[in-house]
Design a binder for this molecule. Structure first.
Ligand SMILES: [Zn+2]
Ligand SMILES: [Zn+2]
Ligand SMILES: [Zn+2]
Ligand SMILES: [Zn+2]
Length: 226
């Protein structure tokens, strides 16, 4: 992509759009405020966890007593699942058992690596931020995620890309709007056959048989021109 991409996400609490850099502190303020407001209620420990793959990100609030398998499930649903590949968390070279609890794994500032699919791997980096006492019940709350990136058609450069060619993308930018996809179909045999993949809001775009997530679908689509 010629234009340098950047990303921003909407805050769950106030719907403000913030850059990847700004949003961590912004969310921390809300969470600290919520912790204060929840004093005296029935409380659970929740961990603020950020998941990143380059400029794509998720901010999660995860119950400390949940197994890290819960995070694995969530990542599959929102970003990764194509055909039931294996996955794993590790710290350095040490694998972490999926039955471990979030509170026993996510020490503040500790970096955790997550791989989905050990063939065509999609690698994510997780970091535990602060934890809070909160009156919540869900295992995972999605605080924010990057909005669809501004991926434009590499041919006409005028319309947002809706699909890509997973073969040609190894050599050149191969994102297409609907019209230019029709043209590419005539130039590229693989495209008509199997290599046309949808543009989705996930670091697994174009890999294996990935077609998009199964939760938070309204933000999984293509970029919308403003
Ligand atoms: Zn906010
Ligand atoms: Zn697959
Ligand atoms: Zn085009
Ligand atoms: Zn192609």
């Amino acid at each position: 992509m010629e234009e340098e991409l950047s990303s921003e996400g909407k805050c769950l609490y106030c719907e403000q759009l913030l850059s990847q850099k700004e949003i961590t502190k912004h969310l921390a303020k809300h969470l600290a405020g919520k912790e204060k407001a929840d004093v005296g209620l029935k409380l659970q420990t929740y961990y603020h966890i950020v998941v990143e793959a380059d400029i794509m990100f998720l901010h999660l609030l995860v119950k400390g007593s949940a197994k890290i398998e819960t995070i694995d499930d969530f990542l599959r649903d929102i970003w990764l699942e194509c055909c039931g590949h294996l996955s794993g968390f590790r710290i350095g070279r040490d694998e972490i058992d999926m039955n471990n609890k979030v509170k026993d794994v996510f020490e503040p500032k500790l970096k955790i690596v997550y791989d989905y699919d050990f063939g065509t791997t999609t690698r994510l980096f997780l970091k535990g931020l602060k934890h809070y006492q909160m009156n919540e019940t869900k295992n995972i709350i999605l605080l924010s995620r990057n909005e669809p990136l501004k991926i434009m058609c590499s041919t006409c450069k005028k319309a947002p890309a809706v699909c890509m060619c997973s073969v040609c993308c190894w050599e050149t930018d191969a994102y297409f709007c609907k019209k230019c996809a029709k043209k590419h179909e005539k130039e590229c045999e693989d495209f008509a056959d199997y290599s046309e993949m949808p543009v989705v809001n996930s670091p697994r775009m174009g890999e294996c048989g990935y077609m998009g997530g199964c939760i938070d679908l309204q933000r999984d689509g293509v970029y919308k021109l403003k």
